[in-house]
Design a protein around this ligand. Structure first.
Ligand code: P6P
Length: 331
């Protein structure tokens, strides 16, 4: 009987076909999978393990850091730094880029991550997640990673992206140009991820939008006009907003929808970060047939000039993204 395809088997089947397969790519994704299992276990026990509550410290974004944020960040670093697959890591939790410590050998890839996105929702048991994007280095193999391996590079240059959503279950979504977008659900009884959502696709249109309407007074009036137009009864739209990017994006990926975190008067570049939020989710959205813009330009054509650069984000089904973007650039 087919017991289902594990993520490991999927990686071996697809990773082996990767044109420049040296095994590092598959190893990187396997290490991320191990980190995801460890984070999932801790998230699911957080309330019991006394992990709830702010540490009182703040990270570069000035947000209160939850203890689980720190655990997720450390777990990803520990699972990647020794494996010889990464030369540099960029994390929301790290002000500076993370280099590979001695005696470990730097590998071929740059790993960008928001280790635990939505952490402000931890205390209320709302769905949270890990987001990641992978670039292949430009600097010489075997040398320390350089900022030029990740800055001033279009999102199009990524070789993989994904996220883990820690909700009623733990699901890892992985996107590569070779295999498309596939979802794997963790079976905690055996500690393996199994292929549960093969070939995820975003149809051209949908009937759902996600935006925090509390900020309406600060929106571009053209955005307010577009959102109001979606409320016409005959269109049959509904609105969902969890306030956790991974949860909102994942729901829209499975059911269709438009997510917008816009530019506002007080935050012209919005809130979300280019390297470890917008780039990975835009990469996934486009491989699933959707699209993503910053309200004017395609996200994956952008280049980050700062590790923690922010951008407005309009992402989801391609027709809705096109409509929202057209509204925002209209004269
Ligand atoms: P707001 C969570 O803090 C987060 O970074 C994203 O996960 C989420 O999409 C966004 O902020 C929510 O922000 O301003 O709507 O509360």
């Amino acid at each position: 009987m087919d017991e289902g395809i594990t993520l490991d088997r999927f990686l071996m089947q697809t990773g082996a076909s990767h044109p420049s397969a040296t095994g590092q790519f598959v190893t990187l994704l396997k290490q991320v999978t191990l980190a995801a299992k460890m984070i999932s276990s801790r998230v699911n026990r957080a309330g019991l393990a006394g992990m709830i509550g702010a540490t009182g410290e703040t990270n570069i974004q000035g947000e209160f850091v939850q203890k689980l944020d720190l655990y997720a960040n450390e777990t990803l670093k520990r699972n990647l730094e020794h494996a010889g697959v990464v030369c540099l890591m960029v994390s929301e939790e790290e002000d500076e880029p993370v280099h590979i410590p001695e005696p470990f050998v730097p590998g071929r890839y740059v790993f960008c991550t928001d280790p635990l996105d939505g952490s402000s929702n931890i205390d209320v048991n709302a769905t949270i997640g890990t987001i990641f994007g992978v670039f292949k280095r430009k600097s010489p193999d075997g040398t320390p990673g350089q900022l030029s391996d990740v800055l001033d590079r279009a999102g199009d240059e990524m070789v993989a992206a994904g996220y883990v959503v820690y909700g009623s279950g733990t699901l890892l979504v992985l996107a590569t140009k070779e295999s498309g977008v596939n979802g794997f659900t963790l079976d905690p009884s055996v500690g393996e991820f199994f292929l549960s959502h093969p070939d995820l696709r975003l149809e051209p249109s949908a009937k759902m939008y996600s935006i925090n309407e509390a900020y309406r007074a600060k929106w571009d009036p053209r955005l307010a006009g577009y959102i109001d137009s979606l409320k016409a009864p005959e269109l049959g739209f509904t609105q969902r907003y969890i306030g956790s990017l991974v949860a909102d994006f994942h729901r829209n990926l499975l059911k269709g929808g438009l997510f917008i975190y816009p530019s506002t008067a007080s935050a012209p570049n919005g809130k979300l970060r280019v390297l470890y939020e917008a780039f990975p989710l835009a990469y996934i959205a486009e491989l699933a047939g959707g699209s993503a813009t910053n309200g004017r330009d395609r996200i994956l054509s952008m280049k980050a000039t700062d590790l923690h650069q922010r951008t407005p984000l309009v992402i989801g089904n391609s027709e809705l993204v096109a409509q929202a973007t057209a509204a925002l650039v209209a004269d």
